[in-house]
Design a binder for this molecule. Structure first.
Ligand code: ATP
Ligand code: ZN
Length: 210
């Protein structure tokens, strides 16, 4: 038996459930239940907050998970990734108020930057030789400049309309992300075999869509 953790409700949920179904795995999902068992594959599906998924898989509470690379890398477990899934593509970008001068990343030296991704951003800034003050906030990062909390932000961008609506412009791409399958490091031989079957099916689903 394998336990697979997916996001309970959010941007990953629908595509995660669809992928499992496209792999020919049947299950009954109800919005009230926190777990469900597949009827034709030894798989149990757990519904969790995406931020909790990397830690649960690292600890072996779940065997597998589907999560964005942004959350996985921020949590510090990039090595759990076993399969890119090609959906929920987005990027983590730096943005500044539209009217502010910005020539290069050095413009952020000594500035306050609001983000939910202090680890990924901290590494990016260090690689670029920039020292800044990071303010970690868990949501509504885009309003930080207008309320005087920060001079710049680093957040997930897909279309850019949220940035525009808050008077910000995107200036650097810090990280590119997509959904990935992750697996705990200590699977039994039987579980590793089931994982291989699952990955084989996932790859077939992706090939069929090209
Ligand atoms: P939870 O309540 O589970 O913590 P959340 O609010 O943190 O959810 P969502 O907004 O549902 O997370 O996003 C989940 C993941 O989907 C993100 O971590 C990212 O990988 C991806 N994602 C976020 N925004 C977009 C977007 N605009 N387009 C595509 N993928 C996105
Ligand atoms: Zn989350």
């Amino acid at each position: 038996m394998l336990r697979l953790a997916i996001q309970k409700s959010g941007r990953l949920s629908e595509d995660s459930l669809a992928l499992i179904r496209e792999c020919g795995i049947n299950f009954i999902s109800s919005s009230y239940k926190l777990k469900t068992e597949a009827t034709n594959f030894p798989l149990e599906i757990l519904f969790l907050r995406d931020d909790d998924i990397p830690g649960y898989v690292q600890d072996g509470v779940a065997d597998l998970g589907i999560v964005g690379q942004n959350v996985l890398v921020e949590a510090g477990y990039p090595n759990l990734e076993v399969e890119p899934l090609g959906f929920s593509k987005c990027r983590l970008s730096l943005a500044v108020p539209r009217a502010d001068a910005y020539a290069s990343v050095e413009a952020l030296q000594g500035k306050n930057i609001a983000t939910s991704y202090p680890n990924i951003l901290g590494r990016y800034l260090a690689e670029n030789g920039v020292q800044a003050h990071l303010h970690t906030i868990s949501g509504s990062v885009e309003i930080a400049p207008s309320i005087g909390l920060a001079e710049a932000i680093c957040d997930i961008v897909s279309s850019g309309s949220t940035l525009l609506g808050n008077g910000l412009r995107e200036v650097e791409t810090v990280f590119r992300s997509e959904a990935v399958l992750i697996a705990q490091p200590n699977l039994s031989a039987e579980q590793a075999d089931l994982l291989a079957q699952l990955q084989f099916r996932m790859q077939a689903v992706r090939r069929a869509k090209r």
